[in-house]
Design a protein. Sequence first.
Length: 540
Amino acid sequence: MKNIKILDCTLRDGGRIIDCKFPDSEIRDISYHLAAANIDIVEIGFLRDRHNTNYNGNTTFFTDVDQIRPFVDRSRNTKYVAFIDYGMYDWDSLKPYDGTSIDGLRIGFTRKNFETDREQIIQCLQSVKEKGYLLFVQGVNSLGYTDRELLEVVDLVNEIQPTGFGIVDTYGAMYMDDVDRLYTLVDHNLDENIAIDFHSHNNYQLSFAFAQEIIRLSNGKREVIIDCTLNGMGKVAGNLNTELIVDYLVRKRNYDYDFDGVLDIIDNHIYKYQLEHKWGYSIPALMGGIYKSHPNNIIYLTEKFRLATKDVKYIISMIDPQLRMRYDYDNIQRLYQEYNNVKVDDKEALTLLKKRLLDKNILLLMPGSSIANNKDSIIQEIENKDLTVIMVNFIDEDYLKYKCFVFWGSNKRYDKYKDLRKKVQSIITSNVKSDNLSDIIVNYDSYVDRTEEYSDNTTLMLLRILQRIGIISYFIAGFDGFSEQGSYFKSNIFDEERFRPKYDEINKAITRHLKNFIDSIGETKGIKFITPSIYKDLFG
């Protein structure tokens, strides 16, 4: 049984890289030759609101199904569909299906659309079926839903009974375990008569592997639709290559697609676009996947500012996660300027720190009630072992008589100790506004992971900096962990009470970061806690 179908969306999703400006003759040629190659479904383009889109031909942004009729080959068994983004089409203008134009419509909506406009979405979906079209439901960014939220969508889909329901990797952010989880969840709960449509973007170079995994998971039972584009054409990383999935199904499943015919279309129409427009794997595309960002954000940063890829990474990470899914060039420009204000080249700073610290016995003196309760024993350790002290975000004058540095990751705490800082060498991250030319400044963004909350914890940043300069042996005092029973900081100038409801969440997040850190250094026997800490057992 042929349970796998190919949907080629070159003229729609692939075309976005050229703003869908295909000549009419090319639209027809690609469409007809895809049908001749036995491709099951051809997505011919978008349907958009005629009040906002002027259709004058030579584009796959259509405003009426009649405009699509010349590009549909009715001599073949291929089905034709168009895509509608919810909120961008006048549903009253949709003419009833008459068999001369498209066969179906794919309707895409976001999680926010589903939350705010559920009843309107239901009406739109029902109207597509009532007018005689095949209906395909595409929930944008499947990773953006919790399992419970996704099941609510599935329940709605089961009620409406479309031809297909899509799992969509909008931002190219999925890994194999995400595909397995989402497919299994949907497969177990979706009516067996509804096909699962899988649409991926190739940011991690996994689209072809995902397609094979979806086919494996379908186990010959569930009908599955695989989206793809010729030569992977599409914005930034592009899509699954039609020719790859065609070759796979021909050679591994004995399907009857015409592989040579597909290659001819690429030769005749697609290669010229690749000469003018770059798509496929790139480090910026990888950043788009990691941060689940709209591709226009990546394109703007790489083309407008010609940034190094690590700079693209940092700026994308600065955008609010919800805003990353859209694009706002004014906001990106502001963040670009903000980033440049804190970015530093810290090669010399790291060399200096390495020179001053590498051969020293080091004590990291971190905030926590334990450093006040155990001060005498801490001082005895310093004197017995000739330790160089690095205080973190505070200064205790009792330690200034020893070899000493202070590491600052907070403007607020840096400012609190303005007078005492004159007596000691400060190391600061570049987000802290320095007021002393002797400060050793390290690049803030090199030691945080903006995809994870609380990665900007100052202690975590210091551990990463020490690792960078080759230091993975030291003593730790403080770093107790946040406690509901008492303040994290002994001194009341560090008022952390507003975070009290989040203490457990913060502790868990820091534990997760520490586990990753420990994995990265491999060996922890050189790290010793000399005061109680909830994190102590992580280090063995």
